[in-house]
Design a binder for this molecule. Sequence first.
Ligand code: ADP
Ligand code: MG
Length: 227
Amino acid sequence: MAQPAIIELKGVERHYQQGERKLIILSGADFSLKRGEMVALVAPSGTGKSTLLHTAGLLERPDGGEVFVAGRACGKLGDDARTAIRRNEIGFVYQFHHLLPEFSALENIVVPQMVKGLSRAEAASRGAQLLDYMQIGHRGNHRPAELSGGEQQRVAIARAVANAPQVLLADEPTGNLDPKTAHYVFDALEALVRQSGLSALIATHNFELAARMDRRVTLADGKVVPL
Ligand code: ADP
Ligand code: MG
């Protein structure tokens, strides 16, 4: 039997009420991310990329339709079950790094692992490995404010995969970086995803980076369509 997609959206609806007006962002959106696949989500600002990623990553509940993670329907699950799936299976990278400002780079990667139950020593060992892999091992003791934008995003990527998720969802992860830095950060992200067999859905405005992924999708009339 074919393996289920790691993430699947079926007929997803997402609407916002803005005063009198109903904004229809996702309307019958279908999308399937296969295991090991890297997909770019390329669409103009305001079309619903973040909404799609948050819905796929169980950060928001859809108004209709269903989201499956590793074949499991998540709509009727309670918040605790959804949080557990998110913690174990899904890594999220934002445009702004969202690192904890009072903690060092390494501690930012250690904390989520300890929340999951690893000892500090185990978590620190994996954290150091990940920082090395992202080529910022020498910056582990620095706080986010002491790091460059590119370094902050590399730490954020390392943190997102700290608990060995099956899928990485990245919302314009290089959107705040200059083109050259964006390229380096993206190289590191791509190498990490390919090497670990992760699946990834990455929202980006960068066509050159999008061209390197397995396929590209966009949003049109609230649906996910090939680009
Ligand atoms: P993108 O990431 O592609 O820029 P978003 O998913 O952030 O798009 O937003 C899509 C649309 O939904 C935008 O018009 C945005 O203003 C609107 N929107 C997003 N979140 C909310 C919210 N919580 N309440 C009302 N409108 C929202
Ligand atoms: Mg967005």
